[in-house]
Design a protein around this ligand. Structure first.
Ligand code: ADP
Length: 462
């Protein structure tokens, strides 16, 4: 059966409260009854003793007579209390007999008590029986009294009244406790369910695309607070991704617009006969096309790399050999800028994706060439520890301002935008490098000082 959290919680709290109240009330009822029974039994003994004693007081030893009038009063009071007495003198002659005096009252008393007791305590198996008590005065037996009463104990009208009032009181206490527990339970349930309901409504909003929403409630329950925290984090990471997505779209548009505009203007001018289609102009247009193609290629590789399912084709390679091959590939640029390149140190072969690792070295090397003035120095340093291989790309180029360092691995980020336009970078190179290294379980860090150079450290697990 489905139900709301709040009603389910309220019901559970009320059920527990009800069970506890029922147990407490039943136990107290049981103990009160038990104690009341033994109190009543003692009370009855005391009443009979009192009757026997006062009867003794009605005997005059001097003329050996009974004050029958008083005996009658005592007998009638006893009768109203449920005791039917017969008083005999020492010669066993009747002094006073309740049944002789008022048979119908005796029958009535018997019927009333039997009816009341058996209807309230059917299991008690009580019945009327009689017992003889000898009446004594100053140590001498002066007669006996035969007392008929409902045994083993019986309750008077007042006793029943007291018990029923007590039961009503207990019932009232139970009712009030139950109502209070339902009320409190519902409040507690409300307080517990509110943050959950808010979380549900927040996740609903998130699924509709409102990533700005944050749940402010706190419940003081660690599990619920953890849930709220997770949902808030989920919203903020979706928000960040959404921003990145928007940023990426606008960045891509921006990156493509500039070379496309240059191309369009040049081509239009040539078509309109304003510019002559010289080889140089065609070459420059061709360079723009290459630039656009490179950006698209970079974006493609980034998309592949950032797709979590990237499969690395691992093989044993020597990173030192790879670096030498890359230097050969970039020979043209190196010679053009008369760079001083050196490879220092060595390291053991490791399992990497050869194609992608070449891309890492090319990107880092071409950055070092791009951002270092002619005749500059570039050094690749290799070293290794027990479980990782370290590869450093050190240059004495322009360096990167400290406040820009945290961003250089982000897509399309360029430290010095105006300068970099000249260097022709798209701002994706380092993002690709970082993705490849991460896919290999490695890490990349940068240290740089503007005007003095940069140092990129790559660590790869063996
Ligand atoms: P780009 O295509 O612009 O080079 P990258 O992602 O490769 O894009 O690099 C991001 C930015 O980091 C560059 O624009 C540049 O400002 C800075 N950078 C990268 N490598 C170096 C380096 N060796 N020296 C100085 N700046 C660098």
């Amino acid at each position: 059966m489905r139900g709301s959290l709040r009603s389910r919680l309220t019901l559970s709290i009320a059920t527990v409260a009800f069970v506890i109240i029922a147990i407490v009330i039943s136990l107290s009822n049981y103990f009160i009854n038990q104690n009341f029974q033994s109190y009543i039994t003692k009370q009855q003994e005391a009443t009979i003793n009192e009757i026997v004693y006062t009867l003794g007081q009605q005997y005059n030893p001097e003329n050996q007579t009974w004050d029958v009038e008083y005996v009658h009063t005592i007998g009638m009071y006893a009768l109203y209390d449920g005791y039917i007495i017969k008083v005999f003198n020492d010669e066993n002659q009747t002094v006073w007999d309740a049944e002789i005096w008022d048979m119908s009252a005796c029958v009535q008393v018997k019927e009333d008590i039997t009816h009341q007791m058996l209807s309230r305590f059917p299991e008690s198996n009580g019945k009327f029986s009689d017992t003889d008590f000898s009446i004594e005065l100053t140590g001498n037996t002066i007669g006996r009294v035969n007392v008929t009463y409902f045994g083993p104990y019986f309750y008077s009208e007042n006793d029943f009244d007291f018990l029923s009032k007590l039961s009503s009181l207990l019932f009232l206490i139970a009712l009030i406790s139950l109502l209070v527990s339902i009320l409190l339970g519902s409040q507690i349930a409300k307080r517990m369910s509110k943050p959950i309901l808010d979380t549900i409504s927040a996740t609903g909003q998130i699924s509709k695309g409102d990533y700005k929403i944050r749940i402010q409630d706190r419940s003081n329950l660690s599990e619920i607070d953890n849930l709220i925290e997770s949902v808030n984090q989920l919203a903020s990471s979706l928000d960040k991704q959404e921003q990145l997505k928007r940023q990426l779209t606008s960045d891509v548009a921006h990156e493509l617009r500039t070379p496309l505009t240059t191309l369009r203007i040049t081509l239009e001018a040539m078509m309109d006969g304003i510019l002559e289609p010289s080889l140089e102009r065609l070459k420059s247009s061709f360079d723009e096309v290459i630039r656009i193609t490179n950006i698209v290629k970079d974006l493609e590789s980034l998309a592949i790399l950032e797709d979590g399912n990237l499969k690395l084709e691992l093989s044993q390679v020597s990173l030192v050999d790879f670096s030498q091959q890359v230097i050969k590939k970039l020979e043209h640029q190196i010679e053009e800028k008369e760079m001083n390149i050196s490879i220092v140190g060595t390291c053991s072969m490791i399992m990497v994706d050869a194609f992608r690792m070449t891309q890492v070295i090319i990107n880092l090397m071409s950055n070092a060439i791009k951002y270092t003035q002619p005749k500059g120095m570039i050094r690749i340093e290799f070293s290794e520890s027990e479980d990782e291989v370290m590869m450093k790309f050190i240059d004495n180029g322009s360096g990167i301002p400290k406040d820009e360092l945290p961003y250089i691995f982000e897509r399309f980020y360029r430290a010095d935008k105006s300068r970099n336009r000249l260097t022709g970078g798209s701002g994706i190179g380092l993002t690709i490098v970082k993705s490849i290294i991460n896919a290999h379980g490695g890490s990349i860090h940068v240290q740089s000082e503007p005007g003095h150079g940069s140092e990129f450290t790559v660590r790869l697990p063996k």
